[in-house]
Write a protein that binds this ligand. Sequence first.
Ligand code: GLU
Length: 330
Amino acid sequence: MVAAYDELLDRARALRESGVRGRYAPSPSGPQHLGNLRTALTAWLQARLAGGAFILRMEDLDRPRVRAGSAAQILADLRWLGLDWDEGPDIGGPLAPYEQAPREACYRAALEQLQDRASVFACFCSRKDVQQAASAPHGAGAGVYPGSCRRLSSAEVDERRASVSRPPSWRYLAPAEEVAFVDQVSGRHVQQLTRDVGDFVVQRGDGLFAYQLAVVVDDALMGVTDVVRGADLLGSTPRQIVLYQALELPVPRFWHVPLMRDARGRRMAKRSGSASLEESRAAGHSPEQVVGRLAVSLGLVPPGAVLSAGELLQSLDDDSFRAALRNARD
Ligand code: GLU
């Protein structure tokens, strides 16, 4: 039986008070490339250097993108690298479940709060009308929502419900004020949502909850104090901050880790088939060699280092870790 939103929130609040809680939140949409693993290593180091708990959450919300066997492979890869976690899909924990699929009731509870406060509105535009991917964390982010359904009267909403055959999506009303935050790696960022993003989707018309809402609910209900993830998600953070505020949830600290580049200088991406751990293993590389390569690329250890994740942790302190991340180049 999955605990309800309020119960998880109470437990999360108590756990958050006990210290740092970090997380890694991979999507099981295919094999992880070395860049993903570098982010995982960074998230693990951040939590462990702070003496905190480390949570693993499987972001399997976007079901059409889930690949069979991918979640198990991710866990096996992380263990092979020498990472461990205190709570996760395979070992459970006080804020279970650590997969998104069974947490839908929590996302729904959050959406209902936003609906009660009129912070969201029903949008009848088709995907084609608005070129904006809702649930993909790395969506193109192209078109800014033009505000077409923002000010529909209730009579107009009823009329559209009757004339448009598919159910509406729900969009969060973007605030006009600038949203500012201080990233632990790259410093202060400011975004004006109405200009840069527009009103954004929190639930798609097909019922799928958007990444932006799910990640906020999950991090809050898992008592996460520190969100460590790839720098490609930096632009999502202001949207998430306004959702935290609207839902009266504590905003975590954010650490956006530079993305790793391949030998040709391109950002690694699952879609472009960047080097997977499987290839490193097939080439006969040991976990220590892979950890060494990842740590060298972040400037955490000198070139040529070969060491286990545990040894890497021992060799760092909070200051050297922060300084290396700040200097790492995207
Ligand atoms: N699941 C996302 C990904 O694999 C990461 C989301 C996050 O860390 O906020 O890219």
